[in-house]
Write a new protein. Structure first.
Length: 227
């Protein structure tokens, strides 16, 4: 059976398409359009949670970004794009690989929800101010890391970079975070988009997205179905 990547447009599952392209493995890509904002019924039917990403491989159906990435790397990718225990940057790899969906992505999601609550736009909203401050701390942390490292784990491109890219780029079409004051993140963007694997993945999975719009400091254009 061929590995199948079920890709929901403009979602975290772009990571999985990109991973497969970087690994150069055989896979089938099935694309689903949002309807108009959330997953369509046929995507929700793939997994009880109904969220992207989802992969199928024979009788296996798997969700969650980290789980999908680790499964594909270890089952189909011969362990590539990871840092092995015993290497000097192993702890760096672990931290940044899990930081994205463990800290950054939830914070962006909370900020998005809070920003839509009544009164959240008030300049003196303590809840919104708290999450804005936390996000700035996260962005500054990432920017500081990339000041002295080419990639998040060090000199080598790894799955940690694949995990991070969506949250700092495409996710901003839903939660408009401004990254203009973080030059090292912007420089990292430029390195990412020059990768053949990323270019192939976006051409196949997100042909209608303007990649250059995603990697500027100011937020990209908001996703059309967003209120």
């Amino acid at each position: 059976m061929v590995l199948t990547v079920h890709h929901l447009g403009v979602s975290q599952s772009e990571r999985i398409v990109w991973l497969c392209e970087e690994l150069g493995i055989q896979y089938e890509l099935k694309k689903y359009n949002r309807a108009p904002l959330l997953s369509p019924p046929e995507y929700q039917a793939l997994h009880p949670i109904g969220a992207a990403p989802v992969i199928t491989d024979g009788n296996i159906t798997l969700a969650e970004s980290e789980a999908c990435v680790e499964y594909i790397i270890n089952i189909h990718g011969k362990g590539a794009l990871t840092v092995k225990p015993g290497q000097d940057n192993y702890a760096d790899y672990l931290y940044w690989y899990y930081f994205t969906n463990g800290s950054l992505q939830p914070a962006i999601g909370r900020a998005l929800v809070i920003a839509t609550m009544p009164g959240a736009g008030d300049s003196d909203s303590p809840i919104l101010a708290r999450f804005v401050k936390r996000l700035k701390q996260y962005f500054a942390l990432i920017d500081g890391r990339l000041e002295n490292a080419t990639w998040l784990a060090g000199d080598e491109f790894t799955a940690a970079d694949i995990m991070m890219m969506f949250s700092l780029s495409t996710m901003r079409k839903f939660s408009p975070q401004d990254l203009s004051e973080y030059p090292n993140i912007l420089a990292w963007f430029q390195r990412v988009v020059k990768r053949d694997g990323y270019q192939r993945a976006m051409k196949k999975g997100e042909p209608d997205l303007d990649v250059q719009d995603l990697i500027q400091g100011p937020p990209p254009k908001k996703f059309a179905a967003m209120p």
